[in-house]
Design a binder for this molecule. Structure first.
Ligand code: ZN
Ligand code: ZN
Length: 69
């Protein structure tokens, strides 16, 4: 079974295409920007085992984080 990788337009991380509901966003960004269900990330060697997101973020997303506090 081939795992199709895609690159997130927002954070620049590679991710497993099938793990995300959105075409050009990793599960994390799709969740934070659009409220889609997030992957329950499990990190191993710097990457999530489930969606292969590498933990990247973007300035834009970080600004959301700060607003949450
Ligand atoms: Zn992303
Ligand atoms: Zn994940």
């Amino acid at each position: 079974m081939g795992q199709i990788m895609s690159r997130c337009d927002e954070c620049g991380s590679e991710y497993l295409k099938d793990a995300s509901k959105m075409k050009h966003l990793c599960p994390e960004c799709a969740h934070r920007l659009y409220g889609y269900e997030n992957c329950s990330h499990e990190f191993e060697n710097g990457r999530c085992k489930n969606c292969l997101w590498d933990g990247s973020s973007s300035r834009y997303l970080d600004s959301f984080k700060e607003n949450d506090k």
